[in-house]
Design a protein around this ligand. Structure first.
Ligand code: NAP
Ligand code: 3JN
Length: 347
């Protein structure tokens, strides 16, 4: 495919879709053509890409007749309805929703961790959840060398993970509270549930609905997806997913226990060399990552490395990434890049 790929972005007017378009441009993805798809609501509007206005079309099965790669981020229902239609018309689907992530025949791919899975696809490749992606990118080099027996993770997730309307609610709520008015939340933590709480000047220990076991669906995604990506169900994972009043950039406080003893200097060296990771860890100079530093950036940033005070093989880390970029759009574009490279190099 020397002339580049014919790419469609489904959900092109959304937060993730817009970041996908931006990422394709930033990485100079070899495009033969770019088709922007969304719902009937925004069909006919224009989105400017690289200075050129592109008309948004309604996504229908026929939209995929002339497409090589379809990047989906329009919600699970749209993926369930249209991804098989795209595959039937010969497109490779890279899906950002949870619709197919746990299907056995669908690879769940983080390019820095399990790129070999891409070749096994049968039309659909799934992108993991943002909180899973940044955690496994940072833990991968430690997992490969020392094994990981246990992970205890608390997330600090930005409002943008819940979409543009959640960002708006945070900003409106903050302005209201600063003016001494009621914030009147209607969306967070979960729009379709009865109770809503302000995110401004607050933290909410609920992302998505709770499952029967008391863990939220977001927390269970981290468990199931991490097991699938590492092909290792033995890792004991205890997640707590929390929404914080930040616009872009998820942070994670992660404690792990390795299978084998490690030297902290070696862990530092591994992380400094790991693909997709930037180690920023100099506490004496107050160097550590934080969401405002990571927003708009591609890497996963890691800092605050500490050997545990009490538990042998225990290690704490602080992991930060732009949830819309490495957590969604960038990861999907990286998968497309690798797939294209494999196609170009032939069997
Ligand atoms: P968003 O800002 O609300 O955008 C939703 C997009 O989907 C819009 O372009 C919308 O088009 C389009 N859409 C809605 N209904 C459609 C339909 N019936 N047919 C075609 N397009 C339709 O949401 P977002 O934050 O970008 O997130 C979108 C999805 O990405 C989420 O639902 C989630 O599944 C996934 N996501 C994944 C991660 C991750 O962790 N990997 C993170 C965030 C989101 P209109 O403008 O026409 O309404
Ligand atoms: O809330 C966050 O920070 C991440 C949210 C991701 C998300 C939001 C709506 C639907 C997902 C996801 O990617 O897991 C989905 C989904 O299930 O597709």
């Amino acid at each position: 495919m020397v002339q580049g790929a014919r790419v469609a972005v489904v959900g092109a007017t959304g937060a993730v879709g817009q970041a996908m378009i931006d990422t394709l441009m930033r990485r100079e993805f070899p495009l033969q053509s770019l088709k922007l798809l969304a719902s009937k609501r925004s069909a006919g509007t224009d989105v400017t890409v690289g200075g050129i206005a592109h008309r948004v079309e309604e996504a229908t099965p026929e939209s995929f007749a002339d497409i090589d790669i379809a990047l989906f981020s329009a919600g699970g229902d749209v993926s369930l309805a249209l991804a098989p239609e795209a595959v039937a018309r010969g497109a490779l689907v890279i899906d950002n929703t949870s619709a197919f992530r746990m299907h056995d025949e669908v690879p769940l791919v983080v390019p820095e961790v399990n790129p070999q899975e891409i070749a096994k696809h049968r039309g659909i490749i799934a992108n993991p959840n943002c909180s899973t992606i940044q955690m496994v990118v940072a833990l991968n080099p430690i997992y490969r060398k020392y094994g990981v027996r246990r992970i205890v993770v608390s997330t600090y997730q930005a409002a943008s993970g819940a979409g543009q309307r959640a960002i708006d609610e945070l900003q409106r709520g903050a302005a209201a509270m600063l003016a001494g008015e009621e914030p009147n939340p209607q969306l967070l933590p979960v729009a379709r549930l009865e109770r809503h709480y302000p995110l401004a000047f607050n933290v909410l220990p609920q992302i998505d609905v709770f499952e029967e076991n008391g863990f939220s669906r977001e927390e269970m995604k981290m468990v199931r997806e991490t097991h699938k990506i590492f092909s290792d169900d033995r890792i004991q994972i205890t997640p707590t997913a929390v929404r914080v009043p930040v616009v872009y950039g998820h942070a994670e406080a992660v404690y792990i226990e390795t299978e084998r003893p490690f030297a902290i200097a070696d862990v530092r060296r591994l992380l400094a060399q790991a693909p997709g990771v930037v180690l920023e860890d100099d506490p004496q100079r107050q160097v550590y990552p934080h969401p405002l530093r990571a927003a708009g950036q591609f890497p996963v940033f890691v800092g605050r490395l500490r050997e545990d005070l009490f538990v042998r093989n225990g290690l704490s880390l602080w992991i930060v990434a732009d949830n819309i970029l490495k957590g969604a759009a960038l990861n999907a574009v990286q998968i497309a890049e690798l797939w294209l490279r494999q196609e170009d190099s032939g069997p």
